[in-house]
Design a protein around this ligand. Structure first.
Ligand code: SPV
Ligand code: MG
Length: 431
């Protein structure tokens, strides 16, 4: 009997999957792979049910003779071990980022005469409804909030992109690339105080009030499902911070990062060029503890950001503070630097990890941007935030367009670098 293999990356079995099984059965014994959580989050979306449950629902399908785990989005290991005669898949993998997976399967099967079967991908109202329900579930506060902790456990490093609007949220949500055959996407979103303020034409000095910052979160949440890390600046007065924690937690934000500065906060990338005051360890610990005391779930994280390297207070001060902040209840440490090379950041991570193996470390490599994610992960970093690159790429592009329209007194000359009208009017999915 021939072996027919297919891989499922779904939380819910719908008629599209049943159709694949029906087709597969015509060719032989059906073996289904269930993609592991680790692989699923790189390729697709976050699972809404556990791997065991996903496996169980596939085992219950009549006509499936065996269910196995597929640990990578590429089929190499499976093909090596199972030597299937056929691999069957919806024809949606013939184009876009998934084509890289299909191409590799075709070439592996060719080695021994195996074949790929593409079946028409099922899209109808029912399938769309199932898809919408999964998205809705992922976007709900109680599911979204806990996802950052789940990602820290699942990923070598959680890749986070700055967003400040529905549109930038969609970019973080939907951008997926195939690079050297590997698929990748962002895991989480950062609501930066710098970019949220800049988008409103305001300086990054805690001038944009919380009501407005929450409005930005709401705009992003409306069109996305990925978890959110909120830049809480200094957190303000402890008496105010507790309300911020409550609100963020209720909205489904996963983490707030507060920095140990006091008084008029200016952006850290000014460093010591502007007057900035670091808070005392005692005061900042009190603020962290006050926030931890009021949160209602175990999911929400309060991450303490240390400004000692930015303010040139030295490595020892940074390490002392890290230890104290974790002692006060911080769920993570963000260490910041504006040096061009990552040496001091990596030294901090190595030394912090000598005594603390578990507390998540967050970094923002804006200045030390030559460092790779793999390098950061190897020094114990858990979350990397690309904190302002979307804003910094959009501004010069828009400014150049404005200049050229003024120069040519018409828009013809700028048109070839613009998104097409067709693309922009169909960019947003209608419900
Ligand atoms: C932000 O994005 O607002 C930050 C990170 O706080 S930084 O701008 O590097 O200080
Ligand atoms: Mg900020």
């Amino acid at each position: 009997m021939s072996i027919v293999y297919t891989c499922f990356t779904t939380d819910v079995i719908h008629e599209g999957h049943m159709n694949i099984i029906k087709e597969a059965r015509k060719y032989g014994d059906v073996v289904v792979g269930v993609l592991s959580d680790e692989a699923m989050i790189r390729f697709n979306r976050f699972p809404t049910v556990s791997f065991e449950e996903r496996k169980k629902i596939v085992e219950e399908i009549p006509d499936v003779s065996r269910v196995i785990v597929q640990k990578n989005i590429h089929y190499d290991e499976i093909i090596e071990e199972l030597k299937p005669d056929y691999v069957i898949h919806g024809n949606n993998w013939s184009e876009g980022p998934m084509k890289a997976i299909r191409d590799r399967v075709v070439s592996l099967l060719e080695n021994y005469g195996g074949k790929v079967i593409d079946v028409p991908y099922t899209v109808n109202e029912n399938v769309k409804l199932v898809d919408r329900k999964i998205r809705e579930k992922l976007a709900m506060p109680e599911y979204r909030r806990r996802r950052l902790k789940q990602l820290i456990d699942l990923c070598p490093i959680v890749k986070t992109l700055e967003v400040h609007s529905g549109l930038t949220g969609l970019i973080a949500e939907k951008t997926i690339v195939a690079n050297n055959g590997e698929l990748d996407q962002f895991d989480a979103m950062w609501i930066s105080s710098l970019c949220d303020s800049t988008a409103k034409g305001k300086p990054d000095i805690e001038l944009v009030d919380m009501t407005s910052r929450f409005r930005t979160i709401d705009d992003v949440m409306e069109v996305t499902t990925k978890p959110i890390i909120f830049d809480g600046d200094t957190g303000g007065l402890p008496e105010h911070f507790v309300y911020t924690v409550r609100s963020l937690e209720r909205m489904g934000v996963s983490a707030v990062i507060i920095e140990d500065k006091t008084g008029l906060k200016k952006n850290s990338l000014f460093g010591t060029e502007v007057a900035q005051t670091q808070d005392s360890i005692e005061n900042f610990c009190d603020k962290i503890a006050a926030g931890k005391k009021v949160q209602l779930t175990d999911d929400f994280m309060i991450i303490a950001r240390i400004e000692s390297l930015i303010l040139e207070q030295g490595m020892e001060d940074a390490l002392t503070r890290a230890k104290a902040y974790v002692g006060a209840g911080a769920d993570g440490i963000m260490i910041h630097s504006r040096k061009k090379n990552p040496d001091e950041i990596l030294e901090f991570c190595d030394r912090f990890r000598e005594t603390d193996k578990t507390t998540p470390i967050v970094v923002v490599p804006t200045s030390f941007n030559s460092v790779t994610e793999a390098e950061l992960a190897s020094h114990g970093v858990n979350i990397v935030i690309y904190a302002n690159q979307l804003t910094r790429s959009a501004f010069p592009a828009m400014e150049q367009t404005a200049k050229d329209i003024l120069k040519y007194h018409r828009a013809l000359e700028v048109d070839d670098r613009l998104m097409s009208i067709k693309s922009i009017i169909s960019l947003i999915d209608e419900l």
